[in-house]
Design a protein around this ligand. Sequence first.
Ligand SMILES: [Zn+2]
Length: 375
Amino acid sequence: MIRRQVSAALCSARLQAGMWRTPKCPPEGGRYNAQNGVPAPTLPARSFLRAALFACIVLVAALSSPAPARAWGCQAHQMIALLAEKHLTPHALATVQEILSSNPIDPGMKRICKDRSLDAMADSSTWADDIRAERPETSLWHYINIRFGATLRGAGKNVDEVVDQFCDPQESCLTRATAEQFAILRATETDPRKKADALRFVIHFVGDLHQPLHNSTNNDQGGNCVPVNYFGVLPQLRNPRTETYLPNLHAIWDYDILARATTGKSTEQDAADMDQSYRRKIAAWQKGPADFDAWSWESYQLAWKIVYGKLPVRIPVEVPQAVKSCADNNHVSERMLRLNERIGEPYQKLAVPAIRERLAQAGARLAMLLNELWP
Ligand SMILES: [Zn+2]
């Protein structure tokens, strides 16, 4: 039993690190009884030592694991970039390639996403996650905490005003960071290295603006503090100090749902398929306008309507308060764990088209932004 639990944790960790297609980590159905969550039979005694060793490794990993992830996974960001490339003007495509090749990513940098076979734009799409270790102040740029219950009601309120309320003026946030990096990219006098960084941030952040859980929170760190049973894989405590569990709602929207839906296909093939199926809509989305606050608000609404709205057990709106870890807010993850959210085929069927449409929108809009700079 121990080893089975540990193996699930290791696989989740691999998925968390963006190692989508690790052959030893297929979609996890079957490790536990999907119907009743009962652990599979106990291991024979001769395997106990090995199991204990695995448990130690995982415990060390859990105790040293970083703050909860808040990013689309490798596959999603790469798909967005690949899709955007199909809709760039020849001038925009040549300029993007020129900027990225003149100031390449430091080959010594530790990269989260391991697939090095992709072109420079797709490879650049995940650099903003890599740079967090070197530039921790940029971590806050990947999300905005629009609180559940926020509405546009009220005299004179518009989307920009409402969204801006949730962006800390001292610390910045996703919508503001995107606007700032886009301004750096647009400026003619920008230092070439800064311009390449800005391009890589914009490629990444347009993706994050379209991930519902990067744009909303219910005192749960954008769903990072909502443990879920994903196709029979029981949530396991990954960090006792922060009370972080895997799988959780944020992680499955970042990684697992898409990975399960695209098993066996290359990222390029996924992007080509999406381009075909959304061709008409892409043309409409590219008519704009480019409005980062509006894109963020769309994500927030999607979180409300589908990510949380279609969960098997309804989660009430929490009274707003600052949450630094899943141990805060009266042990929010422990409270959510007791709801026993079981994610299976009915939820997956609703989530996959929502995710694919957001990825296609992000790709179309990223191309629109870059075409505007380099028509
Ligand atoms: Zn991100």
